[in-house]
Design a protein around this ligand. Structure first.
Ligand SMILES: *[C@@H]1O[C@H](CO)[C@@H](O)[C@H](O)[C@H]1NC(C)=O
Ligand SMILES: *[C@@H]1O[C@H](CO)[C@@H](O)[C@H](O)[C@H]1NC(C)=O
Length: 268
């Protein structure tokens, strides 16, 4: 009589253990092919019954994604925000195989100041209403919450997903399909020499990246973050924050600089 019950308990336990293991170990772990964008998250706002794309971000846990804080500046109705995962075309209405939708529960920003002037603290954590299912087309990036990875240096390579704008104008139609590009870290001093009038953005919690315009980072387009492999796993290292209009340089919020703030929120 007791056997079926303990079996059920054992099964449930196994399920939990397996479930937990797969979610934790799934992070960043893949032989990513060029057709995959598994951590890319798109956020849309429901205005008058239509979903308008706001920003791209990166999945870091089944329930959490990282975005730039400027995406949500002045946002007072998170209940109107929806997130889509496992998606490559921008239109909310074109549902793809394996796509998952979640609602936005809460948005956390680190320090709610100075976003406008120097774009410092340009990082936000977005919590979904429910965990995303970890599948072959949806899985999170790892985050170096303990700061154990070697700091990024000049020339270090990463990848990034985004739509990009093919033309330097908000009026031109943006491309609808997701792209993937290789981008490189540019040393702080070198970056300083290149940028004209952009120095105020080159703050302590930023690093500089070289990315050709119209490639993956586009004017007015906020895409998923700077991901770099370490020991076979992909880590989120930076969040695109602000670009310098006439150059291919973009400043990224340094995720490591915000790691302890992030771990307080996502590990609670
Ligand atoms: C958002 O818009 C859709 C139409 O695309 C509508 O069906 C839905 O009820 C809306 N949701 C909210 C929370 O307003
Ligand atoms: C990012 O922040 C960490 C911690 O503050 C720092 O050690 C590291 O050098 C920074 N990375 C860059 C590329 O500035």
């Amino acid at each position: 009589m007791a056997a079926p019950a303990s079996c059920a308990v054992l099964l449930a336990l196994l399920c939990c253990l397996l479930g937990k293991t797969s979610a934790d170990e799934a992070c960043g772990n893949s032989l990513l092919d060029t057709q995959q964008f598994p951590w890319h998250v798109l956020v849309y706002k429901n205005t008058t019954g239509e979903r308008h794309y706001i920003c791209g971000g990166s999945l870091i846990k089944p329930r959490w994604a990282v975005f730039a804080a400027h995406c949500f500046k002045g946002e007072s109705s998170p209940e109107l925000l929806g997130a889509s995962l496992g998606k490559t075309v921008r239109s909310w209405d074109r549902v793809e195989d394996g796509e998952q939708h979640r609602l936005v529960n809460r948005i956390f920003t680190n320090v709610d100041k100075d976003i406008k002037g120097r774009q410092a603290y340009d990082i936000a954590l977005v919590e979904f209403d429910q965990d995303a299912d970890i599948t072959s087309s949806v899985w999170p990036l790892c985050i170096d919450l303990k700061g154990e990875l070697t700091p990024l240096q000049d020339g270090d390579e990463g990848i990034m997903f985004g739509y990009g704008y093919e033309f330097d104008s908000f009026d031109d139609d943006p491309p609808k399909d997701l792209k993937r590009n290789t981008i490189h870290v540019v040393d702080r001093e070198k970056c300083e020499k290149f940028i004209n009038g952009g120095s105020r953005f080159n703050g302590a919690d930023k690093f500089c990246v070289d990315a050709q315009r119209g490639s993956v980072i586009g004017f007015g387009d906020s895409a998923a973050g700077f991901a770099r492999q370490n020991d076979g796993r992909w880590y989120l290292r930076g969040v695109p924050s602000v670009g310098v209009a006439t150059q291919s340089l973009t400043f990224f919020t340094n995720v490591t600089a915000h790691a302890s703030w992030m771990s307080k929120i996502v590990d609670q």
